[in-house]
Ligand binder design. Structure first.
Ligand code: ZN
Length: 400
């Protein structure tokens, strides 16, 4: 049995944004084993609102508080370790903890039967009631990001070995995942039916939470994929727990300015900036076997990420967008600049279904976490060795 008691801060009911202290005594042996090498994470200013939502004709699935606490605490550690590996400090999303060491999971009972909150019904009926619940008591809402978990439906299509029927995606600052009887960390990494099922739904839980914490899709660079496996925000929802799955440097940079990751004591208002940053200058040139993107912007931009993607460029066809990130440097005059280097060999996993056509999405993130993008397309095959891409006039939209 591994008990970790090195963190002195014990956690009071619903008041702690700290990482867990000792692994709770009542956790499963497998959870204790997986949490034995937990790192001490920075305390958070804001915390994720975790909701277990049931229709008025349903009860939560047995032992959900322990099972989901184990899964969330392990995931908090995974995100924290990946942030540290990416040079962003031992930071993860904040969770409120109860006195017994479990995550504070609010049980919200809907006013209607479970079928009124189905995948096909959309998330709005559920979210309206969740928001009313969170706003009913001052202090109950602990941040702008909300994670909703609903039990699987049980009907001719869905059951505990084929869970589903409920919203399962992330959008804006909200995300949705599901629960079923075998959703238990004891099955993690096992080559069994329940182990493979756990990777599918826990990997999905980890990936959708990434969306709910501001992350877009991305595939890693060829080198990162070779070294570290599969990007969580690419196809990592199919590998999490069974083969190496990592968070890209670009994703870590975005998370560093996500409200849920803000260190305690930082009172920044997040996501309030509606006006796009000003792009003073933007050039992209082919220099031998790489592209070099140079931008000069207003000082509100903290990082610039270039996503290279093959067509089509529509939602959910961007799992293969390869990110290249860059920190902004201050210029004399108050503006900031970035040079993003894009070695073409790193794009080797793009299929380029339309010859050499590529999309270049430039994402600019502001200090308070807002993301703005603009996209250009170009044909790599038509670009001379020292040619420049026509960047047009930047039209930035506020988005994911
Ligand atoms: Zn996704």
């Amino acid at each position: 049995m591994h008990i970790r008691a090195t963190i002195a801060t014990m956690c009071a009911l619903g008041l702690s944004g700290a990482a867990m202290g000792a692994v709770p005594e009542h956790f499963q042996p497998r959870a204790k084993e997986l949490l034995a090498d937990a790192i001490e994470l920075e305390e958070n200013e804001h915390r994720l609102n975790v909701i277990y939502f049931v229709g008025n004709d349903r009860e939560p699935i047995a032992d959900y508080e322990r099972r989901i606490s184990e899964l969330l605490l392990y995931l908090q550690q995974y995100y924290g370790k990946e942030m540290a590996r990416n040079g962003q400090g031992k930071r993860s999303f904040g969770l409120s903890l109860k006195e017994n060491g479990e995550v504070l999971i609010h049980l919200v009972r809907g006013s209607k039967p479970h079928t009124a909150y189905a995948y096909g019904t959309g998330h709005n009926p559920c979210l309206e009631e969740v928001n009313a619940y969170l706003d009913a008591v001052p202090g109950r809402r602990t941040g702008q990001h909300t994670f909703v978990i609903m039990p699987t439906h049980y009907d001719e299509q869905y059951n505990d070995l084929n869970p589903g029927g409920v919203p399962f995606y992330g959008l804006g600052t909200n995300c949705f995942a599901l629960d079923y009887v075998h959703f238990d960390i004891q099955h993690l990494g096992q080559n069994t039916q329940k182990g493979r099922l756990l990777t599918k739904w826990y990997g999905g839980f980890a990936h959708e939470l990434g969306h709910g914490l501001n992350l877009p899709h991305n595939l890693g660079t060829a080198s990162d994929n070779a070294a570290m496996g599969t990007a969580l925000m690419g196809a990592g929802n199919y590998t999490f727990g069974i083969s190496p799955t990592y968070i890209t440097e670009a994703s870590a940079r975005i998370l560093a300015h996500s409200e849920s990751f803000a260190p305690k004591g930082t009172k920044t208002q997040f996501y309030t900036q509606m006006t796009p940053p000003t792009v003073v200058e933007a050039r992209c040139k082919r220099v031998g076997d790489k592209l070099e993107l140079y931008v000069v912007t207003s000082p509100d931009v903290v990082s610039t990420i270039a996503y290279l993607q093959d067509p089509p460029y529509v939602v959910n066809r961007d799992y293969d967008a390869v990110p290249f990130a860059c920190t902004m440097s201050k210029l004399a005059g108050g503006q900031t600049s970035a040079i993003v280097s894009i070695p073409l060999a790193e794009l080797s996993e793009l299929k380029n279904s339309r010859g050499g056509e590529l999309g270049l999405d430039v994402l600019m993130q502001t200090y308070e976490g807002s993301r703005f993008r603009w996209r250009i397309t170009f044909d790599l095959n038509q670009l001379p060795a020292d040619g420049s891409i026509d960047m047009g006039t930047p039209v930035l939209w506020r988005g994911y």
